[in-house]
Design a protein around this ligand. Structure first.
Ligand SMILES: [Zn+2]
Length: 152
């Protein structure tokens, strides 16, 4: 058994349950490379479906039961050395930010959290919604991410 497999078993046995919601759809016509979401476009095209800042229309949500280990970021990030670039992306650490390790499905399969898009994908944990604010490249064997709470 590899160290990574041992870590996955650890998350499988001791992880906390959460729900990952991924959203797919068609790219909204309001999207331009210059200005992501365009409220002006939606004001001009009132009859068009509103993407509600997700940049996707005709959305389909998929919920997946997941397991993960999480810690308050304010405690955990002191142990990590963040580069200037990482700090720029993450911004100021919020009081309810979480660092989570090893997101796996309830069946024990690893999920590629680097593919999640914070504009529309989110994790519901402890009745609160979080986006993956930052995906750390490789810390130990499991994926690590900074989750930031968003309003429901
Ligand atoms: Zn739009």
């Amino acid at each position: 058994m590899t160290d990574k497999e041992r870590h996955i078993i650890d998350v499988y046995r001791n992880g906390e349950t959460a729900v990952l919601t991924t959203v797919t759809g068609t790219v909204c016509p309001c999207y331009t490379a210059k200005a992501n979401y365009s409220p002006d476009w939606h004001r001009t095209n009132t009859g068009a479906e509103n993407c509600n800042r997700t940049l996707l229309i005709s959305r389909t949500s998929t919920n997946t039961n997941i397991l993960m280990m999480s810690y308050p970021a304010s405690l955990k990030l002191q142990a990590l050395t963040l580069s200037k670039e990482q700090m720029t992306v993450i911004g100021e650490i919020q009081e309810d930010d979480l660092v989570c390790y090893g997101i796996i499905t309830a069946a024990g399969a690893e999920i590629d959290i680097s593919a999640l898009d914070e504009k529309h994908d989110y994790i519901t944990y402890d009745s609160k919604k979080y986006i993956v604010r930052y995906h750390f490249p490789a810390i130990g064997y499991l994926q690590t991410a900074l989750l930031r709470r968003i309003n429901p």
